[in-house]
Design a protein around this ligand. Sequence first.
Ligand code: BTN
Length: 275
Amino acid sequence: MTDLQNLDEGNNESGDLSAQAVIKGLRSDFWKKIICYESVDSTNESALALSLNSPESRIVIISDSQAKGRGRLGRAWVSPPGRNIYMSAVLIPEIKPKNATFLTIAPALASASALRSKTGLTVKIKWPNDLMVRGRKIGGLLTELRSGNGKIKFAIMGMGINVNSGGEDFKGELGQIATSVKEETGRSYARSAIIAEILNELEQWYWKLINQGRLPLLEEWRNLSSTIGKEVRINLTREVLSGLAEDIDSEGMLVLKSASGEKRRISAGDLMELR
Ligand code: BTN
């Protein structure tokens, strides 16, 4: 691991979170640079600024807090300091842009399996890529891509995971839909060790995607899906659909069967599992 750069910028040594501690937990020299900040607007935004300037693969940006954390569908991702994981990994994978869905699934699978091995929790994936424990959201993924001429210029894989957030962070409605590792296990965890395991796992899924294509990822996604077999409601931009979530197809689309038996393939939307 000779050329791995460890940058704890802004002297971030927030207890359980530092680039050095993350590096200690890595099993290979795949990741070239780990940058750890005390606070940024959004790790995805920082990664984007870096990549637009000079795209470089295998870079990780972590922050103790985010002032303008971004969620899916234009929502905010609440990112208080000292508790949770906010990180973005930059990769330049040589895959076709039509397989880009799997660049969101790879970090979801990596996060689910790292959480399972480090904390013992059973993490499921609500379509498309919400990380769920006992029906509540414990983490989310936001992958942002730039592509051109049939190639991916770079992919920014943003991961937000609630680790040590507690009751005061989940006031009101959030208490019904969100959870954290601490809420589920009753104890606090060192974030750096979980981050390192996510990066170890992400490396593995990255190689699978490059060498074997989307099928291994699709298979594990289906295995971990909390959605397949459930009655669901999906908010799309112009309509609301409901029906049985029958499957996830080979392109990552949700196969929805309506009460009349009609099947539709949905590429994106806000999904609620009913029963
Ligand atoms: C979701 O809405 O489920 C996706 C949430 C993604 C949040 C993470 S936190 C790290 C990275 N930086 C951001 O601004 N967002 C992602």
